[in-house]
Structures are given as structure tokens and as C-alpha cells.
Design a protein around this ligand. Structure first.
Ligand SMILES: [Zn+2]
Length: 86
């Protein structure tokens, strides 16, 4: 039996998904395997909280079969692992 919670009482996402998760299917071809790629984004200085232009990369997931990108609203939050660039 996998442990669902770690020492800090945070949800163990991998265990939860393994035990109870349902596969997301590609909206176009019903494919279930996705490749991680990145999109490069820029926030204009006017819209940035520190008043400076910010650039960085966000992960996106591409269907292995047909190349369709998973909708952004569905993506997991992985901000802490993302590299940033000037
Ligand atoms: Zn697909």
C-alpha cells in the first residue's frame, strides 16, 4: 500500500494519481501519452508586479500521437522547477 501523505502532511501527488487517478485522454485522438515541451512567455513591464519585463518558460504537454497540446487550465502547477531567463 502506497503512502498517501508525507511527513509534512502534504499530498503525495504521485501516490494519489497512481491509486485513484483517471487517465487524461487527448481531446483529438484519445491518446494517453504526452511529451513535455516548453513555451517561452514574456510579461510586459506594465503588467509585471515589479515593473520590469519578465521572461520565462512554462511546461506544456503534447500528445505523443497527434501533437495536440493539453489545455493550459488542466496543467499541473510546476512553477518551482521552471528555469527562468532574462
Ligand atoms: Zn492526440
Amino acid at each position: 500500500m502506497l503512502q498517501l501523505y508525507d511527513m509534512n502532511n502534504q499530498i503525495d501527488i504521485v501516490a494519489l494519481l497512481t491509486q485513484k487517478g483517471r487517465d487524461y485522454q487527448c481531446t483529438e485522438c484519445k491518446g494517453k501519452v504526452f511529451n513535455q515541451k516548453h513555451v517561452a512567455r514574456e510579461v510586459a513591464a506594465m503588467e509585471s508586479p515589479n515593473g520590469q519585463k519578465i521572461r520565462g518558460y512554462l511546461p506544456v504537454y503534447i500528445c505523443n500521437e497527434c501533437g495536440t497540446m493539453i489545455k493550459e487550465s488542466w496543467m499541473p502547477d510546476e512553477k518551482e522547477e521552471e528555469p527562468t531567463a532574462e
